[in-house]
Design a protein around this ligand. Structure first.
Ligand SMILES: Cc1cc2nc3c(=O)[nH]c(=O)nc-3n(C[C@H](O)[C@H](O)[C@H](O)COP(=O)(O)O)c2cc1C
Length: 322
């Protein structure tokens, strides 16, 4: 499938996740079959003011491409400016995605993220400002609406199509649901019926079968996986296997532990040992989820600070339980 001029190897996508989809995790998901990966959301203002921490989030490796960088903000001028002066110059970025779904209070209080869905006029202005200058395909990621009384995802998707957006990712929840309840796949199907641009369905794919079911239920062009990929990058190739009529293969304990160690090493190389080890605690807990007697090792890992120590604990666990 194509998003604008960008060809994807398959249509199973890693959704953007703040604090999760950094270079190390994206590389792993790519290796395990994701057809497209996204950075976590990056502040357009942070880029505009040259903030170092913001810039670090945009570090990309050629290996993980094609990749979309996701930006958030609500100032059409600033967003257009950073696309024209910064992101256009970056040969390593393939797609520019605009966040219209983040429900976090600190984001929506600035009118960013899902707050944009309350302001279709501003959505149009942002898209016009960005698309006028962008040399790369522009996509958006939306929710159903702000709350159950203001479901307007279809209107927003239509505005996006009119303004020249190349694809829209639809998370089948409202802002006030945050991540609770069930994603409404019927709504994703309605968006797919309403616009001609590619629709990427998103929400509640936790098992490979869910991925196939979301395609079938909505007729969407691609699917994006968020939480279901945590500690579980195999989900991409497993969905592809099911789509290809091949047999499903569940990763072994050994594969999961080895992947956790690789991920740990990549995260430490990327962010330094102190930050890497800390950030990996949550990932390791996800890799170990459902494994027998893993509480003890998880607790121990949360107390050590050296990469080598974490690796030793994981190998010890594998010898004992694997
Ligand atoms: C920890 C976390 C961080 C997230 N960060 C982002 C983000 O930066 N940008 C975004 O568009 N969505 C973000 N999301 C939403 C996901 O991309 C996705 O839309 C949502 O989790 C529903 O998909 P899922 O059921 O497959 O997880 C985040 C979700 C989680 C759980």
């Amino acid at each position: 499938m194509y998003i604008g001029s960008i060809e994807l190897k398959n249509n199973i996508i890693l959704a953007p996740m703040a604090g999760i989809t950094d270079l190390s995790f994206r590389t792993i998901c790519k290796e395990k079959g994701a057809g497209l990966v996204f950075t976590e959301m990056v502040s357009s203002k942070g880029l505009y003011y040259g903030d170092k921490a913001t810039n670090r989030l945009t570090k990309i490796d050629d290996w993980e491409r094609p990749i979309g960088i996701q930006i958030f903000g609500s100032d059409p001028k600033i967003m257009g400016y950073i696309v024209e002066k910064d992101l256009n110059q970056r040969d390593d970025i393939d797609i520019i995605d605009i966040n219209m779904g983040c429900p976090a209070p600190k984001i929506v209080k600035n009118q960013d993220g899902s707050a944009l869905m309350k302001n279709p006029k501003l959505v149009r202005e942002i898209l016009r400002s960005v698309i006028k200058v962008s040399q790369k395909p522009v996509t958006i990621k939306i929710r159903m609406g702000w709350d159950s009384n203001s479901i307007n995802g279809i209107d927003i998707a239509k505005i996006a199509e009119e303004e020249g957006v190349s694809a829209v990712t639809v998370h089948g929840r409202t802002r006030d649901m945050f991540y609770s309840g069930k994603a409404d796949w019927d709504f994703i199907a309605e968006v797919k019926e309403s616009v001609g641009i590619p629709v990427i369905g998103n929400g509640d794919i936790f098992e490979p079968e869910d991925g196939v079911a979301l395609f079938n239920h909505t007729n969407c062009d691609a699917i994006a996986i968020g939480r279901g990929s945590m500690g579980n990058p195999w989900i991409f190739e497993r969905i592809q296997n099911l789509l290809d009529g091949k047999e499903d293969r569940i990763p072994t304990t050994r594969e999961k532990i080895y992947m956790a160690i690789r991920h740990l090493n990549m995260a430490c190389d990327l962010n330094g040992e102190r930050v890497g080890v800390k950030e990996m605690r949550k990932h390791i807990a996800w890799y170990l989820k459902g494994m027998k007697n893993s509480n003890e090792i998880k607790n121990k890992i949360n107390t050590v600070e050296e990469r080598e120590e974490v690796e030793k604990l994981l190998m010890l666990y594998l010898e004992k339980e694997g």
